[in-house]
Design a protein around this ligand. Sequence first.
Ligand code: HDE
Length: 683
Amino acid sequence: MSDERKVDGNSKNEQLEAYRVDDSGKKLTTNQGLRVSEDEFSLKAGERGPTLMEDFHFREKMTHFDHERIPERIVHARGYAAHGEFELYESMKPYTKAKFLQEPGSKTPVFVRYSTVAGSKGSGELARDVRGFATKFYTEEGNYDLVGNNIPVFFIQDAVKFPDLIHAVKPEPHNGIPQAASAHDTFWDFVANNQESAHMIMWHLSDRAIPRSFRMMEGFGVHTFRFVNEEGKAHFVKFHWKPKLGIHSTVWDEAQKINGKNPDFHRADLYDAIENGDYPEFEFGVQVIPEEDEFIFDFDILDPTKIWPEEDVPVKIIGKMTLNRNVDNVFAETEQVAFHPGHVVPGIDFTNDPLLQGRLFSYTDTQLIRLGGPNFHELPINRPVCPFHNNQRDGYGRHTINKGQVSYHKNSLARNTPEPATPSEGGYEHYQEKVDGRKVKTRSDSFKDHFSQATLFWNSMSIAEKEHIIQAFCFELGKVQNKDIQQQVVDMFANVNLEMAQQIADSIGVVAPSEGGQTITKVSPALSQENSTKSVATRKIAVLLDEGYDGDAVSDIVDQFKKQGMQPEIVASKLGTIKTEKGPQLEVDNTFLTVDSVLYDAVYVVGGAHQNESFQGKAGNFTKEAFSHFKPIGATHEGEKLLQDFGVTSLAAGVITEGDSDDFVSRFTEAVKQHRFWERDVG
Ligand code: HDE
């Protein structure tokens, strides 16, 4: 039985192959296969006459077009996805019987969709928002969906409040403003009146909410799940994705500008990385708590507003996911993929987290409206790689042609098949958790501490990260019109840190709270992005050139950047090539019109012996802005003098000039690796 289900890393790709069509070089036909002779002019009664109903090709084409859109996701509408594979490092056999977590080295095909939550399908990708991180594992036992986020906690503790949360964050209903933003009255009114959101808000206002790249974010399953092993023993488990490139962010001013300059910044970054062979990699980690230890923590492990600090419950790295293939068609794959936390495999089970329980209802329901009926599992991207058999029939868009007379259970005519499988045959058994209680609409007292972990998060931030959180509060509350809401929020966050609340109050002109604040001093270093891996791989460097540059030296430096894994792009006043003083002429990639410093990680200023004023003005703005976003700046040749003209001092942190030394490239590389220089005074 398990043999017919055996799959390998390529199986999903092979399955999709059956559905791929290449239309190029083919004759045009209708959807019925009839060859079409004319596709520019509709059928008319006379050359200047009315169009005729008889023109079936026109009507088919137009009808199809009229129905091309499906409802966007109510949340997570703006998303982008890729294929890949998951490779297991270490067997999880002691904890779970899930087949794809048994054999070290085994590979499972995956499909991952990243998203923002609040904005519509066409909204800018750099909104301050949570990012969805949803992974579909196509396992031999069926699809397993880990539908997570890039933040490990959530705003609310009970699913019944989700529609309220989302109504509050979406554009306000009376005027439809603002798009993809939490900086408005209804969102902060919700926060002030739903204090369980405190911990999540700290994350939402941190740099995590404006990532540099999907490739540089962590992912979290958020809820506590269960692993169940062959013997039926269960452990509580939380899931983590750790990006190999480390966790990195933009700064808020930069994020807002990127949204204007390139609202597709994150999807383009993912797409290009995969096309270039720089496959994004994420390690998969699990935190495991034995069932006996359920009550030893100072928080309830079922509460989705709580993390399990990594220093207390280590993250065991058990595998790696590599995203190595872009989709062929965004609608067919990215738009039609249907995730569901209830898509599980034997060995993975739920807990009573009330947020998770509610999600188990919502995701099927949403696919019915979005994908138009109960057969969404038959869409190529959603099909499991193992066969599926049951007595479900008919409905919109049915593809399967079920043979035979029988479509019910139990039966004699088909010898009672399809028949339920025993657990040893892979039949899913729900974990037999003992449940005993009254039916109540209430919340456990153990869910009522809303501030301790918010303070833990605050305590764990670096000075710069704390500063960013305060600035984010000031921005968000500064956009709120209602003074009472501003005051309530400031008073609420005095419970996290009094000094922080006082600074915010001062900035937005409300009464500074005089009491509040936690006594918690605990710190969790894993929460600070500053402690994550730093790498130059795939960092984009703008090389600013003008006429009369030293072609030999600059080509050499650009080549060395590439060797280090950076991605230099030549930016100049016009496209084509630019005359050198000596040596080869480099091809210009972009002009000051088409790009902006916010689209790069660092700037290398070269200039040229015959640079003109216009270049100096544009390069000056470009460089000064990168400097104000704390980015590494390098300069050689005429560029060194230009920096002075721009008012960028070579003494500032992260500004690398050639000076007398010949190790410019290595010093610049180190600076790029550092990413940002927060100590810089940008006034
Ligand atoms: Fe979702 N969520 N969610 N969510 N969610 C959806 O399902 C919902 C929550 C998450 O790329 C919807 O197919 C409820 C937490 C991701 O296609 C919908 C609650 C987490 C995605 C839905 C939550 C998530 C969704 C909308 C509160 C992190 C995008 C479209 C109980 C653990 C998946 C869809 C993709 C999408 C409901 C809270 C992650 C309406 C009711 C917590 C990554 O079903």
